[in-house]
Design a binder for this molecule. Structure first.
Ligand code: GAL
Length: 810
């Protein structure tokens, strides 16, 4: 018996083959990463010569472009810049002060129609395919390109993906070369924006080459859903199979469920199929699963479905789908229930960029960010306002975070219906997704019949492709019913928390969710408004006119059962939308955490009331040499019952902590130690802030130091400037330089300063970043060599720090 093992299934294939298939061999199927070794060059949106003659050459006259054009394989790109994807070219551009429309909202980066020289990107990728595979089917999968990407393979036009967010796959079987190079060419046109926030540009998500038999399960061709019956579940597996053989082909379709370790638990019946050429069929099969382990926030248990198509006594194609079993209920009076248990939605909205790397995140960063939100006690994430990267959902599935998955536009044109369908089919197996969102703040249509009709169309499509879930829409409307709200199953409120009670009174049967709430603007570590540097105090004080403070909305949501809960605008700061100031402010201040993920004080407010941890936090810091003898407003965030504050050992009084609120003391400043003692159900908890000495050392806090040698794994190093006693110096702004030796590289640096114009990338050969209020951050990506890597951080006059990374076999 001969086995050809698929790299994606490896040993597991043998196991299931042995158990159920009487040694039926698998044919090779592969999912090959095409992330590495791309060539990149800017084109030009207004000058054809600088755009490789794009608009001066007939690229669409003939099916294959033979002339020596940029899309032809023979075109010479050796002088182009070598890049790996995910790649975001915008993060590398300088900040530009400009009054151009949308410049501020996109973070003052020169991209968009007004910057033709930095808004078109050309990518070329060479790869080879073994002749032995010439009877296979080939598909190129792009997980996301920002945006309007035209794609050619070997001179053949393959497709255009208009969306900057939802990816697409293209069958290229007839164009693959088996002798010599294949050349994939992508022209990315970022002259239009899709949003009003930093979006980046380029091939900023993964690219894959999928090789399968010609009878196969298409991309997103498996839909798994379940119905719970007592302790058991009936799992329905819908498998689409397509035949691209040039003759009618027969086969068998079946599926297995395994536990998370790959142990086979149950198998469907085998269903015979016969498919004409270029025909497809969807086979629906059911499996009873006993004693199911539910997917929950505390125990995000994932089963796997292995879907198999067998033809000619061989496994032609098999796919793996992770899924979870859970129930959700939205009740207009009682709120939200997960697996029958009441759960208040404690959510955050987020865009997809991070410090240092823009929108091109290594997968690890998705896990890092979700972990930070979970530590705060957040249980839900809204992908405002677009299809997320698939790995974000994988992180939410694995770590236990609910997701509202959002369509970019409330639009029922064929283009946007297609985008919505792709989103639904791509994401409907993720247990983390508990609700779809069909759009956000469409002021011109949400309150009229256009909005209502478009919503009805999108809702019908959602119901058809995913009858197991329902949808919301993020409306910036008060107690208004006409339009989208008439038909939307879950009414979403963007701000206007004051109108929720009236709306509930008037529409008592429609569940209510705060889709955007709060929105206090804060700058980490800043305690006075600063209009020059464009900073706002790091307390729950300042918010734009349309929004509210954290305490205003959360009290309402926490204390009224009929609120399902809500999503804070936002979890993390993001580039663009500087508010309330513009230049020099280049990123938003809305985050509970800054762009690096460093908590601001409001983090401890949410953590107090959202998590089960003991929280006790004092702000501000205690370094105010210019304020000796003057009053300082001290805030204490805690979930203790009572808190007593002490300055240099002297009690400043004990106060009862109001629920869903915070405590304040006015303290006459003297240097020393400000200590809080909290009493929580008889237990004593303490914390303190101390007047520190001057900056003395650079201190590293890596998230992890063991990385996989796959060229993709990454880690975050958070850096503090401390005094001699190891206490972070709250205003330290020292410049820190970074050095790395071994097979790993720094891919970005940041510090959370919303007005910093320092480069996020290496300029003039130096990786460096100044600290902002005591902290900065470095993101490091592993190479492919097993071994150790030395990382050093140095700052003039300070004690340097170093760490060793172990890069281990994957
Ligand atoms: C909302 C909008 C968000 C963001 C926010 C800023 O109206 O939906 O995308 O712009 O305002 O406050």
């Amino acid at each position: 018996m001969r086995y050809i093992l698929s790299p994606t299934f490896g040993k597991f294939t043998i196991l299931i083959s042995c158990l159920f298939l009487n040694f039926i061999p698998t044919t090779a199927q592969e999912k090959i990463s095409l992330d590495e070794d791309w060539k990149f060059h800017f084109g030009h949106a207004a000058n054809p010569e600088k755009d490789f003659d794009y608009s001066k050459t007939a690229l669409l006259h003939k099916s294959n472009v033979f002339a020596t054009t940029i899309v032809n394989p023979k075109f010479v790109d050796t002088a182009w810049t070598k890049v790996n994807v995910p790649h975001d070219w915008v993060v590398e551009l300088p900040f530009v002060k400009s009054e151009q429309v949308e410049m501020d909202s996109h973070g003052y980066k020169p991209v968009g129609g007004a910057y033709p020289e930095t808004s078109i990107g050309w990518y070329r990728k060479h790869f080879t395919v073994d002749k032995a595979k010439s009877n296979k089917r080939f598909e190129i999968q792009f997980d996301g390109i920002y945006r309007n990407a035209e794609i050619w393979l070997n001179g053949f036009y393959v497709g255009t993906n208009f969306s900057g967010y939802v990816g697409n796959s293209y069958d290229v079987s007839n164009y693959i070369h088996f002798e010599g190079d294949n050349v994939l060419v992508v022209r990315v046109d970022a002259t239009q924006y899709e949003g009003w926030f930093y979006e980046g540009a380029g091939i900023y998500r993964h690219v894959w080459l999928n090789i399968t038999d010609k009878i196969f399960i298409p991309q997103d061709g498996v839909f798994v859903h379940s119905e719970i019956k007592g302790k058991n579940a009936i799992v329905t597996i819908e498998t689409t199979v397509q035949n691209n053989h040039l003759k009618t082909t027969g086969g068998l379709v079946y599926a297995y469920i395994t536990d998370r370790n790959g142990k086979v638990l149950a198998k469907t019946a085998e269903q015979k199929i016969t498919l004409g050429t270029y025909k497809d069929i969807t086979v629906k099969q059911k499996i009873n699963l006993n004693n199911v382990r539910l997917w929950s926030l505390e125990d995000p248990y994932l089963y796997k479905v292995i879907s198999v198509v067998q033809s000619n006594n061989q496994i032609a194609h098999q796919t793996k789908t992770r899924f979870g079993i859970k129930t959700v209920k939205f009740d207009a009076k009682e709120g939200f229930f997960l697996n029958g248990n009441p759960l208040k939605i404690q959510g955050t909205n987020n865009h997809q960029d991070h410090a240092g790397i823009g929108s091109a995140l290594p997968d690890y960063m998705q896990y890092y960010r979700i972990k930070l939100l979970k530590e705060m006690g957040s249980n839900a994430y809204r992908t405002s306002h677009n299809a997320p990267t698939p790995e974000l959902l994988e992180a939410c599935d694995s770590l236990g975070m609910l997701v509202v998955d959002e369509q970019r536009l409330l639009n029922s044109s064929p283009e946007y219906i297609d985008q919505f369908k792709r989103l639904l089919k791509r994401d409907r197996n993720h247990p983390s997704v508990f609700l779809w969102s069909i759009g956000n703040e469409e002021q011109n249509i949400q309150g009229n019949d256009y909005g209502k009709k478009i919503a009805q169309t999108l809702l019908a499509i959602q119901e058809d492709l995913d009858p197991t879930r329902t949808s919301t829409y993020a409306a910036d409307m008060a107690n208004d019913f006409k339009g989208v709200n008439e038909v939307i199953p879950i009414r979403g409120f963007n701000y206007r928390e004051y109108a929720v009670a009236d709306y509930h009174r008037d529409h008592p049967n429609q569940p209510l969710l705060g889709t955007e709430m709060g929105s206090t603007v804060t700058t980490r570590g800043i305690y006075e408004k600063d209009e020059i540097r464009a900073y706002v105090p790091d307390q729950d004080i300042t918010h734009p006119w349309w929004a509210s403070k954290a305490e205003t909305w959360w009290k309402l949501a926490a204390e009224n059962k009929y609120w399902l809960g809500g999503f804070v605008w936002t979890g993390f700061d993001y580039r663009g939308e500087p508010t309330p100031y513009k230049w020099p402010n280049i990123s938003s201040h809305f985050g509970i955490l800054d762009v690096c993920g460093f908590p601001k004080n409001i983090y401890y407010y949410y953590q107090s009331w959202w998590s089960t941890k003991d929280v006790l936090h004092i702000s501000p810091h205690w370094n105010w040499p210019e304020k000796v003898g003057k009053p300082i407003d001290v805030w204490v965030n805690s979930n203790a019952d009572d808190v007593e504050l002490f300055l240099n050992g002297k009690s400043l009084g004990k106060k009862t902590m109001p629920r869903n609120s915070h405590l304040e003391w006015q303290v006459t400043y003297e240097p020393g130690t400000l200590e809080a003692v909290g009493y929580k159900k008889g237990k004593k908890i303490t914390t303190k802030v101390e007047t520190t000495g001057n900056a003395y050392a650079v201190v590293l806090s890596p998230d992890k130091t063991i990385l996989t040698a796959d060229g993709k794994d990454a880690t975050v190093f958070n850096i503090s400037i401390t005094d001699e006693k190891g206490r972070e110096v709250p205003y330290a702004d020292n410049m820190v330089k970074f050095y790395i030796s071994g097979d790993a590289k720094i891919i970005g640096v940041g510090n959370g300063d919303p007005s910093s114009h320092e480069p996020d990338k290496c300029r003039e050969g130096a990786w460096q970043r100044s600290a902002f209020n005591g902290k900065c951050q470095v993101i490091i990506q592993a190479g492919k060599t097993v071994g150790t890597v030395k990382f050093e951080a140095k700052s003039n006059g300070l004690q340097a720090a170093s760490a060793t990374l172990n890069i281990v076999k994957s």
